[in-house]
Design a protein around this ligand. Sequence first.
Ligand SMILES: O=C(O)c1ccc[n+]([C@@H]2O[C@H](COP(=O)([O-])O)[C@@H](O)[C@H]2O)c1
Ligand SMILES: Cc1cc2nc[nH]c2cc1C
Length: 347
Amino acid sequence: MLEKRTGLKPISEAAKSEMQNKLNHKCKPIGGLGKLEGLAVKLAGIEGTVDLKTQKRMCLVFAADHGVEREGVSATPRNVTALQAQNMMAGHTTVAAMAIANHCAVQVVDIGIDADLNDPKVLDRKIRKGTTDILDGPAMTREEAEESIQIGHDVAQQAIDDGNQILAIGELGIANTTISSAIISVMLNEPVANVVGRGSNISDKRMLHKIDVIEEAISKWQPDATDPIDVLSKVGGFEIGGKVGAMICAAENGVPIIMDGFISEAALTIADGLYPGISQHIIASHASKERGTQLVMQRYDLDPLLELNMAVGEGSGAVLVLSLIDAMQSVLKNMNTLEDLDVFFTK
Ligand SMILES: O=C(O)c1ccc[n+]([C@@H]2O[C@H](COP(=O)([O-])O)[C@@H](O)[C@H]2O)c1
Ligand SMILES: Cc1cc2nc[nH]c2cc1C
C-alpha cells in the first residue's frame, strides 16, 4: 500500500520567502518574534500560501495497548488507556481540556485498546486488543504494521475532507514510552540508555528494568533500521503506526500537522524512514521530558517551540501550539507595517 502513494506536496520556497518578507515589514525589530516567525514561515511553506488556513483544527488521538506493559515497565495500570479514551471524549483529560481552550476538536481513535469500549464517540478502528509482549514475539505482523499506517492515513484524510485545515496528533497507550524508546534507539542507532526516560513517572529501579527489557527485545528480533515497517512491526505499537499514517497523509495534502511528545518522535523516525525529509511538513510542538527528545530533534533538524517539561502525551503539547498560531494570525492581520509608520532602520 505504501508503494502506491503519490508523494508529499512540495514545500513552497516562494511562500516561505513571501511570509518572511511580510514579517520583516511589520513594525517590530527584524526577527523580533524569534521562533514564532519560523513557525509562520514553515506553515506558509507547507500550505503553499501566506494566507494561512488554520481556523478549523482537530487533534487525532490514537489509542492502543501494549503487550510489554505486562513486563512491569510502567507506573500506570493498563486499564488507564481505555479509561482515558472515554474520559477524553467526555472532555475531561489534559488534552480535552486544553483543546477546549484552543478551539480544537478532539477525536479518539481506538486502534488497539485492550477493552470493548462500546462508546459511540470513540472511533472504532481496532486492529486487535493490544500488541504482543515484545519479549514473547514481535509486537505485530508486518501486515498489521501496514494496516496501522493505513488507518492513520484514512482517519487523517477524513479529517481533512471534513474541512480541518490543521491537524494535531496525540496518543494514549500505557507502556508506549518503552515502545517509543525501542523504535528511537533502533532508528537513530543510539544505545537504549541514551533514549529511555521515566515515562509516566517510574523509579530508578524500574527504569533500569525498562532498559533491560528493550535491549532484550531488540537483540531477540533484530529490527532492521533500513526497513521502517520491520522496526514498527517488531518493536512498535498500533498507535505509533496510526501517527505515521496521519503524518504522511497531512504531508501529501499540504496540511500542517503538529506533533506532540516522545511517542510522536518515535512515529517521526518511522515516517522519515519511509519519506526522507517529511519533518519539513511537521511542526514540533514541545520538547518532551523523555530523554531521547534532543537526539530526535537534532537528527531531523527540528526546533520545538515550547520547553515546558511536560510528560502527559495525549496531544497536550500539540494543541498548545494552536494558541501560538492564533497569535501569529493576529499579528499578520492586525499589525502595522514599518512603512505605515515611516520607520526606517539604520543598522
Ligand atoms: O508524550 C510524551 O512525551 C509522554 C511522556 C511520558 C508519558 N506519556 C504518556 O503516558 C503513557 C506512557 O507512559 P508509560 O510510563 O506507561 O510508558 C502514555 O499514555 C503517554 O501518553 C507521554
Ligand atoms: C493518569 C494518566 C493519564 C494519561 N494520559 C496519557 N497518558 C497518561 C498516563 C496517566 C498515568
